[in-house]
Write a protein that binds this ligand. Structure first.
Ligand code: 6PG
Length: 488
């Protein structure tokens, strides 16, 4: 056992799943760590795990004062508690014992403005504060998460050596951590990561629905397909776990567990914040919004069951099964549709980050963010390397869709993508993520849209004025008067 009378390098407060695993990860990388939790049983549990997992230099404290005093100065404490009031409560408990120059890092999924408010209040006390996105779930926290720290650069520098070792390591691109930027930028970037995560999960679920409902693939076949996809351009954590899910048998009855899981998606709110922010910043993020709406609709299970009865009685089946498809062709088309839609979803997320960065003057580097998402986090994928390269080629890229490589990939896949969306529509299956992604692409790539008519309507009923394509300036027309004169 390491010597507990010496001061530790860092502290961690909040020993639920993420906190416990991150503390063990830090200790395993050779940094002596003090841990604290309000309910003491978690402290003892973590100490026990540290012993079992290799006599790691981890020291548990039941008393907040003793916890703080056990850390070397200037002290750094990572806090992993539920976002909102528990964060304020923990800060209150710890800050009583902190001294000038000490630092608290919030590693939860916090709303970025809360972090900025807290950083300001802490600065008034001479304390430093960081908001750090931590992604990767239990496994990631224990063996290498993706870390998105934002706030005081000086505070980041004081623990950079720890973060570089604790983060996931990706060959050829380094540890999945970078100093994101000032203020609440770390939390903001993590929030958008989660919005993209919602989009990815929705698109995968739609691919599953089309393959299962139209292609009639069994769970064994679905496992094969997703495993195969995970060897190519779609290689990613979410595709990998999807392949695994189809292999798990029900432990309570016959068949596979996935078929017994209730079709109601839960959520904790970061995806909703992403969509709210996109609206606030006038950034179109339809794929992410569709994934959020799908979660809302999935939650209305009882209503959907009733609606199905109403339409069934009127002769409308759940899905229309009269489509004859070539299974192999369908699998290949769905793979391409999934990939093309994914490009649109990431383009939206990246554009949202850029818009916020401009608004706040954060100077965020999109390529660097793609790099730290290549490993450790939930959206990790080989695809992120392509995004990084696109921003390396042109940091001012207006949209991923117009990067020459992505444009080429989309063009190659658009025919399969259109086929899958049409097939789903004709089969009565909703593929909101794939469909709105296609609409996003079709809207973005057209130089002229029917927005001229909307402008004419606005000017007609509200004199909102319009611009012309040929002469500059703002115009208003008496549409009603003119139209009535013509009617005479
Ligand atoms: C991660 C995850 C993690 C959490 C999601 C779940 O990056 O490790 O994103 O933060 O699992 O936020 O979010 P929902 O409950 O909203 O689906």
């Amino acid at each position: 056992m390491a010597d507990s009378s010496k001061l530790t390098r860092i502290g961690l407060a909040g020993l639920a799943v993420m906190g416990q695993n991150l503390a063990l990860n830090i200790a395993e990388k050779g940094f002596p760590i003090s841990v604290y939790n309000r309910s003491t049983i978690k402290v003892d549990e973590t100490v026990e795990r540290a012993k079992k997992e290799g006599d790691l230099p981890l020291f548990g404290f039941h008393d907040p004062e003793a916890f703080v005093q056990s850390i070397q100065k200037p002290r750094v404490i990572i806090m992993l508690v539920k976002a909102g009031a528990p964060v304020d409560q923990t800060i209150k408990t710890l800050s009583v014992y902190l001294e000038k120059g000490d630092c608290i890092i919030d590693g939860g999924n916090e709303w970025y403005e809360n972090t900025e408010r807290r950083a300001k209040a802490m600065a008034e006390l001479g304390l430093q504060y960081l908001g750090m996105g931590v992604s990767g779930g239990e496994e990631g926290a224990r063996h290498g998460p993706s870390l998105m720290p934002g706030g005081s650069f000086e505070a980041y520098k004081s623990i950079e050596d720890i973060l570089l070792k604790v983060a996931a390591q990706v060959p050829d691109s380094g540890p999945c951590v970078t100093y994101v930027g000032e203020g609440g930028s770390g939390n903001f970037v993590k929030m958008v990561h989660n919005g993209i995560e919602y989009g990815d999960m929705q698109l995968i679920a739609e691919a599953y629905d089309v393959l299962k409902s139209v292609g009639k693939l069994s769970n064994e076949e679905l496992h094969e397909v997703f495993s195969e996809w995970n060897k190519g351009e779609l290689l990613s954590f979410l595709v990998e776990i999807t392949a695994d899910i189809f292999t798990i048998k029900d432990d309570k009855a016959e068949g596979h567990l996935v078929d017994k899981v209730l079709d109601k998606t839960g959520m904790k709110g970061t995806g909703k914040w992403t969509v709210q922010q996109a609206a606030d910043l006038s950034i179109a993020a339809p794929t992410i919004a569709a994934s959020l709406d799908s979660r809302f609709l999935s939650g209305m299970k009882d209503e959907r069951v009733e609606a199905a009865k109403v339409f069934k009685a009127a002769g409308v089946d759940d899905i229309f099964t009269d489509q004859v498809v070539d299974k192999q062709q369908l699998i290949d088309d769905v793979r391409q549709a999934l990939y093309a839609a994914k490009i649109c979803s990431y383009a939206q997320g990246m554009n949202l980050i850029r818009a916020k960065s401009i608004e706040k003057g954060w100077g965020l580097k999109l390529g660097e963010l793609a790099r730290i998402w290549k490993g450790g986090c939930i959206i990790r994928a080989v695809f992120l390397d392509r995004i990084k390269k696109a921003y390396d080629r042109n940091p001012d890229l207006a949209n991923l869709l117009v990067d020459p490589e992505f444009a080429k990939e989309i063009i190659e896949r658009q025919s399969a993508w259109r086929k899958v969306v049409s097939l789903a529509i004709n089969s009565g299956i909703s593929t909101p993520g794939m469909s709105v992604s296609l609409a996003y692409f079709d809207t973005y790539r057209r130089a002229r849209l029917p927005a001229n008519l909307v402008q004419a309507q606005r000017d007609y009923f509200g004199a909102h004025t319009y611009e012309r394509t040929d002469v500059s300036g703002s115009y208003h027309t008496e549409w009603f008067k003119l139209a009535n004169q013509l009617k005479l």
